[in-house]
Design a protein around this ligand. Structure first.
Ligand code: SAH
Ligand code: SF4
Length: 363
């Protein structure tokens, strides 16, 4: 059964469901290996970097799962322009080729201008060579356009879950947290011309395998270029975490299951969507040692080394993430090159590593 499904050119709903439901270790390994073969065929044995700069933890939203939500009792920061440019310059000098600017969600005319200026200056300091991905939440079409014209060319906006009812259980019920607006934003990003990335959290409370199958079909329907997916990780003092802990859903057994489900999900996305970029997210590492290498071996091809300095990073804890806090934020040390080479791959230094899907879509 499994061999037949893994060799199919196009999976259907029940095939995807079957793969996500696998429990036998040997069968799971077959799935992960097959996904790796597909990655090799469409992308090669290369991992591309997006140096992550978490420019501010100020957020107007109150997503129930997130550790930097408006209601969180944390010290707020915004990195000044000069320092952001310094980090970008470091990434450029070290051949990272791409960076990602991420933050909580803020909107408004002066914010739009401020970010556009930063994008232009990053382009200037790198002779136009540094690729810029943004992950700055829901904005107007005009803002997305202004940032695109300033030089950003990829945008990440996770749908979090493609199930509207589940989405509602994870967010306050108001206009600021509208599922429909998130979809509208994904469409605007595509219309403006970005390479568009989305994704979901895997293992959310009350999420079913059928939900996850529908997520994959959602990525196909919206012709997504890039995916950023990872397991849900408990964030201290948040409503979702409270629910998870009260219902005994965060024991070591559940954490392991969530991690394996996330690996199977990445692999199945690779099997089904083939030529998209898929990130091995930091959340993978938060749940299991070598989490990101294992994601690379299951079909992911993008790494996002955190460039945010420790003094800021300690206040940018989207979820409880103690390993990476110590492991990776030793300032400006390449945390990945050796690990990538250990698994027989190369880092695509100096290359943008754009989504082949985007290039194929433009043809
Ligand atoms: N504010 C922007 C970008 C920062 S949040 C936005 O929301 O789009 C980036 C991502 O972190 C979110 O899309 C979400 O998927 C992820 N995230 C937040 N809390 C998380 C948690 N507890 N576990 C796993 N991922 C989480
Ligand atoms: Fe803000 Fe993004 Fe966290 Fe939601 S997920 S609270 S928008 S930072």
């Amino acid at each position: 059964m499994i061999d037949k499904i893994l060799n199919k050119e196009k999976l259907n709903f029940s095939d995807i469901e079957f793969l996500l439901n696998l429990t036998d270790e040997l069968e799971i390994n077959k799935l992960l290996q097959r996904a790796y073969e597909i990655k090799e065929k469409y992308i090669g044995k290369k991992a591309y970097y997006r140096g992550l700069i978490e420019i501010s933890n100020i957020c107007d939203k109150n997503c129930y799962y997130c550790g930097i939500r408006k209601g969180a009792n944390i010290k707020r920061y915004t990195i000044v322009e000069e320092e952001i440019l310094e980090m970008a310059k470091w990434a450029y000098k070290n051949n990272y080729a791409s960076i990602t600017l991420q933050a909580g969600e803020i909107t408004g005319a002066s914010y739009t201008k401020k970010i556009a200026n930063i994008i232009r200056k990053i382009k200037e300091l790198s002779n136009g060579e540094l690729g810029i991905t943004l992950s700055l939440g829901e904005q107007s079409y005009e803002t997305y356009k202004e940032w695109f014209l300033a030089g950003a060319h990829r945008y990440l906006l996770r749908i979090e879950t493609s199930d509207k009812d589940l989405y509602k259980t994870l967010h306050p019920n108001d206009d600021l947290h509208s599922f429909d607006n998130r979809i509208k934003c994904l469409k605007s990003l595509k219309d403006v011309g970005y390479q568009v990335g989305t994704g979901v959290m895997v293992g959310l409370p009350n999420q079913t395998v059928k939900n996850l199958v529908n997520d994959i079909l959602f990525f196909e329907k919206h012709d997504i270029d890039m995916l950023g997916m990872g397991p849900y990780v408990v964030a201290n003092d948040t409503p979702t975490a409270k629910y998870v802990l009260e219902n005994g859903l965060n024991g070591q057994k559940e954490i392991n299951e969530r991690f394996i489900l996330a690996l199977k999900f990445i692999a199945t996305c690779r099997l089904y969507l083939k030529d998209v970029n898929i990130a091995a997210s930091t959340a993978m590492e938060a749940l299991a040692p070598k989490g990101r290498e294992r994601a690379l071996l299951s079909g992911a091809n993008i790494l996002m080394p955190v460039l945010t300095k420790q003094e800021y990073k300690k206040n940018y804890q989207l979820y409880d993430n103690k390993t990476t806090l110590f492991d990776e934020t030793k300032e400006f040390i390449d945390p990945f090159k050796d690990k990538v080479e250990e698994i027989g791959e190369k880092v695509g230094f100096g290359e943008w590593g754009d989504s082949p899907h985007f290039n194929n879509r433009k043809k």
